[in-house]
Design a protein around this ligand. Structure first.
Ligand code: HEC
Length: 508
């Protein structure tokens, strides 16, 4: 009753005055659909984002390539599509998490695959429901930070380059680097939120993720992502990759990041080669979770039962919180374990699968930090929710190791993950989705690292001096942010130092 009454009121009058008079006192929890919808911009410009790296600038398929070319599904809806009877909603919650996490994770996978497998994840052709991709991943700088843009989407399936795994990460037969290439697909409610941020593609507004400025800057309930992670690893290097789904992709000829990073740019040359699906990540906004999100993962096991490569994906775990108070020393006996998962109550781990993965010839011997969930191709010093809770604009280091204060403190996760917990544990907090992780960030991107990265990629091309006119407002915000951050940091060094006449020195 209340909801429908509000819809009618909103439809009947000027929205902002209504908000002020009627809605603010009454609303307690997350912003409702009707409010998001009423405040959403409808005049959005669509179809301008590039599809793949250097499209139209030398990155196009060679003339003898006859296959399908990736197109970004970017017709983001301006009306918030209604929630469906999602299969995961049937599973009850207790103490912040699902009572049957295994079933919950299976429900996520089922939804993510439905209609997408049949169209080989060219998701704009999905006959069941619409799916979309995130903008500005064509020019992506994630791993190859010295070579801007080079991690960007390739032209066959739109995969971006991610983490490279050094020899022996997967198993004893893997002696060289193998590279990860991945792509994420989002449902209509997630796409609505992206579409509000990029309503004007030349002037993104990260604060419009939730069109209601009085709410957390969050995605709507039911926002969902499925991410497919492929590796260049072969069956000879990793026996359990046999029978994995294989795709062609236009990827680096040189597999070693050490070689590539030494430059020149030509070391990033690409060629069509095979990649194999070894991990599937899933992420869903479910208001029943204490953080607002659940993140789960599957690993491929060629020895598992199942008729298709999809059916042989094995659930590894699901996380809905980081257990922010549980330190490394409480769960693991040493840097390489063994770890005891019992204290990590905000996740579920498939213990048999984890044991199998660590049994020779396999050596996926890691989960994440202190036994928290992370996938085989993720960084073992972190966890799914640890990295994702940092998502915002500007981006901040996603790991304590990458942070300036981590460097000053000399953090060494390989040898001493149990020390310096006052900084480390910040990376294993439970940030409420829609609030920022750090006071150096302007906007939360609500656990979406692709959105955070897309905005950063946008800034890297559009905010450079002498770049596009008119200048995007985000660029001015970023410039002010940078100036004031520097000033604040300089002030710390002289704070309280008396200058002439005893007054404190103020940095310029
Ligand atoms: C070391 C940090 C790190 C860890 C650990 C990590 N991720 Fe991510 N994840 C990222 C980054 C960075 C991106 C964005 C870049 C991309 O997708 O290429 C991302 C993207 C994603 C996406 C696409 C949507 C989005 O939010 O951008 C999903 C889904 C996802 N990760 C799920 C997971 C799951 C599930 C786990 C744990 C099994 C996990 N991630 C662990 C860093 C991490």
């Amino acid at each position: 009753m209340l909801v429908s009454a509000r819809v009618r009121i909103l439809a009947a009058c000027a929205i902002l005055t209504c908000m002020g008079q009627l809605l603010i006192p009454a609303r307690a929890a997350a912003t409702e659909d009707a409010v998001r919808n009423s405040l959403a911009r409808k005049d959005c410009k669509r179809g301008t984002f590039k599809d793949y790296y250097l499209q139209g600038q030398g990155g196009d398929p060679p003339s003898d390539y006859k296959g399908r070319v990736y197109k970004l599904s970017q017709d983001y809806p301006t009306e918030l599509p209604p929630k469906e009877a999602y299969p995961w909603l049937k599973i009850a919650f207790k103490n912040g998490g699902p009572v049957d996490p295994d079933a919950y994770l299976r429900a996520l996978l089922e939804y993510g695959l439905e209609g997408n497998v049949a169209v080989d994840f060219y998701v704009e052709d999905n006959k069941t429901r619409k799916w979309y991709g995130a903008p500005w991943m064509d020019w992506n700088t994630e791993v190859a930070s010295d070579w801007p843009g080079t991690d960007g989407r390739e032209f066959i399936h739109g995969l971006t380059h991610e983490f490279d795994s050094a020899g022996n990460t997967f198993g004893e037969k893997q002696s060289d680097f193998v590279d990860t290439w991945a792509q994420a697909y989002v449902n209509d409610r997630y796409a609505f939120a992206i579409g509000q941020v990029f309503c004007d593609p030349d002037d993104p507004k990260p604060g419009a993720l939730n069109p209601d400025p009085t709410g957390l800057n969050s995605m709507p309930d039911g926002a969902f992502v499925i991410k497919l992670l492929f590796s260049t690893v072969t069956e000879a290097e990793l026996p359990t990759v046999k029978g994995a789904l294989e795709w062609d992709a236009d990827i680096y000829i040189n597999k070693s990041p050490r070689f590539r990073n030494a430059g020149p740019l030509s070391r990033y040359e690409r060629r069509i080669d095979k990649v194999r699906l070894i991990q599937i990540d899933l992420q869903v906004r479910d208001e029943r979770s204490p953080t607002g999100w659940l993140l789960g993962t599957y690993g491929y096991d060629g020895n598992a039962k199942g008729e298709t490569p999809w059916a042989r994906m094995t659930p590894l775990g699901l996380q809905w919180g980081n257990n922010p108070k549980v330190t490394f020393a409480e769960t693991c006996r040493g840097p390489n374990g063994p770890c005891d998962y019992d204290k990590l109550t905000e996740q579920w781990i498939n213990r048999q699968a984890v044991k199998d993965l660590a049994t020779p010839p396999l050596s996926f011997n890691h989960l994440g930090f202190g036994g928290r969930l992370a996938g085989p191709v993720d960084n073992p010093k972190s966890s799914c929710m640890g990295c994702h809770q940092t998502a915002g604009f500007p981006m901040v280091p996603i790991l304590a190791e990458f942070a300036a204060n981590g460097a000053v403190l000399g953090l060494d996760a390989e040898k001493h993950p149990e020390t310096a917990q006052s900084l480390r544990m910040a990376y294993f907090g439970n940030v409420p989705g829609g609030a920022v992780f750090s006071d150096t960030q302007l906007y939360s991107t609500d656990y979406s690292l692709q959105l955070a990265m897309g905005l950063q990629n946008f800034a890297s091309l559009r905010c450079a001096k002498a770049a596009s006119e008119p200048r995007p407002s985000l660029c001015d915000q970023l410039a002010n942010w940078s100036r004031l951050q520097q000033k604040a940091i300089s002030a710390i060094q002289v704070f309280g130092t008396p200058g002439n006449g005893g007054a404190p020195i103020h940095p310029q």
